[in-house]
Design a protein around this ligand. Structure first.
Ligand code: FES
Length: 147
C-alpha cells in the first residue's frame, strides 16, 4: 500500500506546471507503462536551482515521486541535485511498493535530463552527469532488486 506521504504528494502535488524560459528541460518516459515525466529547472548564475516545475503524464506514484523530487532539488546546487537518486526519492516518500520503484527512477532521470539540457545550452560539463536515456526501463530490474 501507499504511505501517507505518497498519498499527500499525489493529492497535493508540489511545483506542478511549467516554467517559461527554463534553464533546462528534461523529458523521460518508460516504454513499458507509457508514463512520461518532464522537469523544468530555473538555474541562476551561481548554479543554484531557483525554481523547478514538473509535468507528469503517469500513474499516481509517478506524480508523487515528481512532486517530492522537485522539493528535494529546489534551492540546491546543480551538483547536489545530481545526487538526488531514486533511492532518496523513495526514502522521502517513506517507501514505495516494489512494482512502483521504476516510477522513482523516472524522477531521477528527469532531473538528470533537465541538468543535461542546461549543461548543453551553456556549454558546460557537469561532473558525474551521464547522458540520460529517453526510455528508462532498461535497468529497472536491477533497481527493483536493491529494494
Ligand atoms: Fe510507470 Fe508509475 S507505473 S511510472
Amino acid at each position: 500500500m501507499y504511505t501517507k506521504k505518497v498519498m499527500d504528494h499525489f493529492s497535493n502535488p508540489r511545483n506542478m506546471g511549467e516554467l517559461e524560459n527554463p534553464s533546462g528541460v528534461g523529458t523521460v518516459g518508460n516504454a513499458k507503462c507509457g508514463d512520461i515525466m518532464r522537469m523544468y529547472l530555473d538555474i541562476d548564475d551561481d548554479g543554484i536551482i531557483q525554481d523547478v516545475k514538473f509535468k507528469t503524464f503517469g500513474c499516481g506514484a509517478a506524480i508523487a515521486t515528481s512532486s517530492v523530487a522537485t522539493e528535494l532539488v529546489k534551492g540546491k546546487t546543480v551538483q547536489e541535485a545530481l545526487e538526488v537518486t531514486n533511492k532518496a526519492v523513495v526514502e522521502a516518500l517513506d517507501g514505495l511498493p516494489p512494482v512502483k520503484v521504476h516510477c522513482s527512477l523516472l524522477a531521477e532521470q528527469a532531473i538528470h535530463a533537465a541538468l543535461w539540457d542546461y549543461a548543453e545550452k551553456n556549454g558546460i560539463k557537469i561532473e558525474g552527469l551521464k547522458k540520460p536515456k529517453n526510455d528508462v526501463h532498461d535497468h529497472e530490474e536491477d533497481v527493483a532488486e536493491s529494494y
